[in-house]
Design a protein. Structure first.
Length: 223
């Protein structure tokens, strides 16, 4: 009976420590910043959520879908070509200014176009280094996507409204980092105090999102 009571107290204590953090990310002009990756670091003792260790990125209508993917260290990324034409995927760590850090270390894979109702061509890659990765295609230069491998269990992709909800954080001090495909330099982390009742914070960045242009030969732009 004492053991059961002790375990119940531990569970209650863990539950009491878990809290939510709602983050709204704004661009330099004070507008919601879509596709922002929100990362939260906390040194407070407590349970940690399990990281995302597998994701699928499709090549569809000359796009990477989803455009931005957030996973944890050691995640397996599956690529699947749903188009009827070939794609030559380039995958590598991304540096400042949206370029590959070292093109010589990039992973490249060619996926044949899908034929009728047959299963699509696919391949996979395990990413064991944290940070931002850039996706491109040799055959279709307009194709561009991103993967962010997080070094924290609290990582979430914000929506079109710039909002992301991070759950299961321990109460106490934490810091919030923002990453975005269009940033030129890393921003300064924002210190927050996570309360048991939940905390909301708005972070205004210096990021100016790039205006999308219709790529040449892309009949699906805007669809």
């Amino acid at each position: 009976m004492r053991a059961i009571l002790f375990c119940s107290l531990l569970l209650a204590a863990s539950a009491a420590q878990a809290a939510d953090l709602a983050v709204t990310v704004m661009d330099r002009n004070g507008k919601p910043l879509a596709d922002a990756v929100v990362l939260v670091d906390s040194g407070v003792q407590g349970l940690r959520p399990a990281p995302v260790l597998e994701a699928t990125i499709a090549q569809e209508k000359l796009r990477f879908v989803p455009t931005v993917t957030v996973v944890g260290l050691g995640a397996k990324i599956n690529f699947s070509n749903l188009d009827s034409w070939d794609h030559h995927i380039i995958l590598g760590l991304m540096g400042a200014g949206g370029v590959y850090v070292d093109p010589g270390l990039n992973t490249q894979m060619r996926l044949a176009g899908r034929i009728g109702s047959k299963p699509p061509a696919s391949d996979s890659k395990v990413l064991s280094q944290p940070g931002a990765y850039l996706l491109g295609c040799h055959i279709h230069g307009s194709m561009r996507g991103h993967i962010y491998v997080a070094d924290t269990p609290w990582a979430k992709l914000g929506g079109e409204d710039g909002k992301a909800l991070l759950q299961g954080l321990p109460e106490g001090p934490a810091r919030v980092r923002i990453w975005h495909p269009d940033q030129l330099v890393d921003g300064t982390p924002t210190a927050v105090q996570v309360a048991a009742t939940g905390t909301a914070v708005t972070i205004t960045t210096q990021i100016v999102p790039a205006r999308r242009k219709r790529p040449a030969g892309d009949p699906y732009f805007g669809g």
